[in-house]
Design a protein around this ligand. Structure first.
Ligand SMILES: [Ca+2]
Length: 202
């Protein structure tokens, strides 16, 4: 049993433990209990004593990827992948994730800074938003805490979305646009993508 000031910190304890697959967090007592395998035997629990606890999994983060506690998600960065938007989204979806979504200005700034430092011209990044209505600017996030919410106007490159080629139903970013979003043709082969995985509350 550990003390942790938040569910996210409890998750980090689990990530740092090779045998941890799930964790329980009690928001009232801020107690953290790691669950997993110990020498091949699953951790035994007296379940009734944990009825008021929430259970979370970080299994995906244990396999690979990085846990970002400030956004409460795991990410995997794929560079030079040569996948179009649907291929990249399918890839992430296989493990229960999605293309990266940006749910706050802080998160937009974080990934903008990250990509501005690692991308090389002419790299492109597919993002987890797509057209969901008939108007030129009807774009929504497809996953995450803001699933279904409209893409914030501050994230677009000035003058975008513009549907300039017609049929621009997907969303991506380019280094030359300083990571500000553009609506794009879904079959365009963007080189890079990021999968995100939530910490699922079971
Ligand atoms: Ca466009």
């Amino acid at each position: 049993m550990l003390q942790a000031q938040s569910m996210a910190v409890c998750g980090i304890h689990c990530l740092n433990s090779i045998s941890c697959l799930y964790f329980l967090f009690n928001t009232t007592t801020q107690s953290c209990h790691l669950l997993g395998y110990d020498n091949g035997n699953s951790t035994s629990l007296t379940l009734t004593s944990y009825l008021t606890w929430d259970i979370y999994t970080v299994a995906k983060c244990l396999d690979s990827g990085q846990y970002l506690s400030q956004f409460n998600k795991c990410i995997e960065v794929h560079m030079n992948a040569e996948k179009d938007w649907f291929e990249a989204q399918d890839f992430c979806h296989r493990d229960g994730g999605s293309l990266l979504t940006l749910n706050s200005l802080a998160e937009f700034d974080f990934f903008r800074d990250m990509f501005m430092s690692i991308l090389q011209v002419p790299d492109y990044v597919s993002l987890g938003a797509r057209r969901t209505g008939p108007a030129t600017d009807d774009f929504s996030w497809v996953f995450g805490s803001n699933e279904g919410a409209r893409v914030e106007s501050a994230f677009w490159k000035p003058g975008k979305p513009d549907n300039s080629h017609g049929g621009e139903f997907c969303v991506g970013s380019r280094l030359v646009d300083e990571f500000y979003l553009n609506d794009i043709t879904c079959s365009y082969y963007y080189g890079d993508f990021v999968c995100e995985y939530l910490l699922h509350q079971n």
